[in-house]
Design a protein around this ligand. Structure first.
Ligand SMILES: [Cu+2]
Length: 659
């Protein structure tokens, strides 16, 4: 059985993971700080050498026969051999089998093939990882840009654990100027709120040259998650990776598939995120988010270099690489899809193959067949792909950005990012014309989730009756200085500078200020740009939140530290009578077996009613995961269990990050 990922360029050359592996060992005993420093320095040297090679024209390595020197800027206009032939279409690939190695900074995609012998029933253990954050230049789609790396590579390494394990991750910051954090998206962090990784909420950034040892157990959950920087828009520049949690209950789901792959789908920009952010948050630029330049699938994609004029100042290689998933015929593969992007919702499909959805954000669901699967920023789905079609061709994977949700245009953007499903034994490189056929189903023009009522959890969890209710309204508008700021119940969030709301709450409560911090409803003890709702002050409350959009865009909202039930979604007026008579008290038939997840899309001028059990002591962000919107202030917080926070001890090393 073939289980390898491989990459093939558009000219047909296969690319496999033969490059020197500069990654740190992913598992093993905790390394000494000295050893880490040496390894980190080695990575820095590699990155610097790469940068020097680019900047000084040393030609450290060749790429498709083109040396990496300034004179090769935009080689497609100077090299007939690499002249672009336009957007890749089925059938225009060659069949050469010339192999070349992956660039050193690319993560070997084979590491996203899950080991089928993983022991779901292993005794709980401690799993150690090192994540070293550094900066340099890379060209995931051929366009060279400044970007960030984890362990010298992009995208980040797979973290894989069992439920019940302790995860110990040493994050070291080798950036030159900026701090960093890592957020473990979807993990509950029950009892370890300070390791949630949210700048200004649960921790201050790890400054350059410093490390933080994240150390927590993973309880009461399993499924597909991811990790990413939660420091400004930093994850857009490369600080992201998949995190998979297994559990014995997965055994039932495994009957539906033979093998597993992680598939990261994301939008991609050719400029550093802070450049785009600066262009977004300028006066009179209302609701005009930066439109992506391209998309990536597992860190690769094609870009037509001729889209940029020769004087653009960009260096672009026609590397034209696709991710190729080579699968045996008549096998079933669980694709763990994660939208690790900044802004774009994708509609994902595979020509000629119906996909069967079996998981949403860590909740296993009864198989549900789809042709196109909408997946918004930060959401995850698992789908089962069965290779039951003709073996005489390959098939396109299409990740189509929903451009209807962009307010501007980007002339260089090809909104459909492609990858290839190749049946093993098939010698062709790209799908044949008229054999791999896009579904005729219309593309959605609204960024919206699959109807949550279609996804029925395999494990019933009837939501308990709600004990409290909050309504959250959000909108965008021209604010002070005519900037495009978001308002959540009137508040525009910005991260605290040298503190966190967690520290302020713990210290305030510890000093007997229960009257200020231990309140139900809005906690006014925080700075005016922190909208914090206090709940569960002395007992576990069950919280209903009605999130109401007063905006024309779609917004993928993520609640940290919890899964929530999606009880109702709609637009227009909310049925209060039915809410109080049936939904709030969980009357039979009203809310049974609703879908549970951690990120849902709020449609334009629409609302969603969600419920969560506020049993998790700490400060938990609820925010739009579109990076531009969070930076525009679209974030609020829930504060739970003030009675526990009063005596909570934040570890000294976390507290010391705030100076
Ligand atoms: Cu948003």
């Amino acid at each position: 059985m073939t289980l390898l990922f491989e990459h093939k360029s558009r000219d047909g050359s296969a690319k496999q993971g033969a490059a020197p592996d500069t990654r740190l060992p992913a598992t093993g005993a905790k390394r000494s700080g000295t050893a880490l420093l040496i390894i980190g320095c080695a990575i820095s040297v590699i990155v610097i050498a790469l940068a020097l090679g680019l900047g000084l024209g040393l030609g450290l390595r060749k790429h498709h026969g083109i040396s990496l020197s300034p004179s090769t800027t935009h080689p497609s206009t100077t090299s007939a051999a690499s002249a672009p032939t336009g957007t890749p279409l089925p059938g225009n690939g060659g069949s050469s089998t010339t192999s070349s190695s992956l660039e050193e900074w690319r993560l070997d995609p084979k590491s996203y093939v899950l080991d089928t012998s993983w022991d779901l029933n292993a005794a709980p253990t401690t799993r150690h990882y090192d994540l070293v954050i550094s900066e340099g230049q890379g060209w995931p789609d051929g366009v060279v840009r400044d970007m960030l790396f984890i362990n010298g590579q992009f995208p980040g390494p797979l973290i894989e654990v069992n439920r019940g394990d302790r995860l110990v991750v040493n994050v070291t910051n080798y950036l030159s100027k900026n701090s960093t954090t890592i957020h473990w998206h979807g993990l509950f962090q029950n009892g370890t709120n300070w390791f949630d990784g949210t700048t200004g909420v649960t921790q201050c950034g790890i400054p350059p040259g410093k490390s933080l040892l994240y150390n927590f157990t993973i309880d009461n959950q399993f499924g597909t998650y991811w990790y990413h920087s939660h420091y400004g828009t930093q994850y857009l520049d490369g600080i992201l990776g998949p995190l998979i949690v297994h559990a014995p209950e997965e055994a039932d789901a495994r009957k539906l598939y033979d093998q597993e792959r992680v598939v990261l789908v994301q939008d991609w920009y050719h400029d550093f995120s802070t450049v785009n952010l600066g262009n977004y948050l300028v006066p009179d630029n209302e609701n005009s988010e930066p439109v992506p330049d391209n998309g990536l699938i597992n860190g690769f994609s094609y870009f037509n270099c001729s889209s940029y004029p020769p004087d653009s100042g960009r260096t672009c290689f026609d590397n034209n690489t696709y991710t190729v998933f080579t699968l045996d015929p008549n096998t079933r593969t669980r694709l763990r899809l994660i939208n690790t992007g900044a802004f774009a919702e994708f509609q994902l499909s595979i020509d000629n193959h119906t996909l069967s959805v079996i998981e949403a954000d860590g909740t296993l669901v009864n198989p549900y067949p789809v042709h196109r699967l909408p997946i918004h920023v930060a959401q995850r789905y698992s789908v089962v792909l069965t290779t039951n079609q003709s073996t005489s061709t390959n098939y396109w994977i299409r990740a189509a950005m929903n451009t209807a949700c962009f307010t501007g245009d980007n002339p260089v953007l090809d909104p459909t990012t492609m990858a290839v499903v190749s049946y093993s034994g098939n010698n062709t490189i790209v799908p044949a014309v008229n054999s791999s056929v896009d579904w005729k189903d219309a593309y959605d023009v609204i960024c919206e989730d699959l109807d949550p009522s279609l996804l029925v959890p395999t494990s019933r969890a009837v939501p308990p009756p709600a004990t409290t209710f909050y309504r959250v309204d959000f909108s965008f508008g021209i604010g002070a200085y005519q900037l495009d700021y978001a308002k959540v119940n009137g508040t525009t969030w910005a991260p605290l500078g040298n503190s966190t709301t967690l520290i302020e709450a713990v210290d305030g409560l510890g000093q007997g200020e229960a009257g200020k911090f231990g309140v139900t409803g809005q906690v006014s003890a925080f700075e005016s740009n922190q909208f914090v709702v206090g709940t569960s002050n002395s007992s576990v409350e069950v919280v209903d939140v009605l999130i109401y959009s007063l905006d024309e865009g779609s917004h993928p909202f993520h609640l940290h530290g919890h899964q929530f039930w999606i009880l109702r979604t709609g637009s227009g007026s909310f049925d209060w009578k039915n809410y109080y008579s049936s939904i709030m008290p969980s009357k039979p038939g009203a809310v049974e077996n609703a879908l549970r997840r951690d990120t849902l899309t709020i449609k334009p001028y629409a609302w969603s009613l969600i419920r969560f059990v506020a049993d998790n002591p700490g400060l938990w962000a609820l925010h739009c995961h579109i990076a531009w919107h969070m930076e525009a202030g679209l974030l609020m917080q829930f504060m739970s269990r003030a009675d526990v926070l009063k005596t909570m001890r934040i570890p000294d090393d976390v507290r010391a990050l705030c100076v």
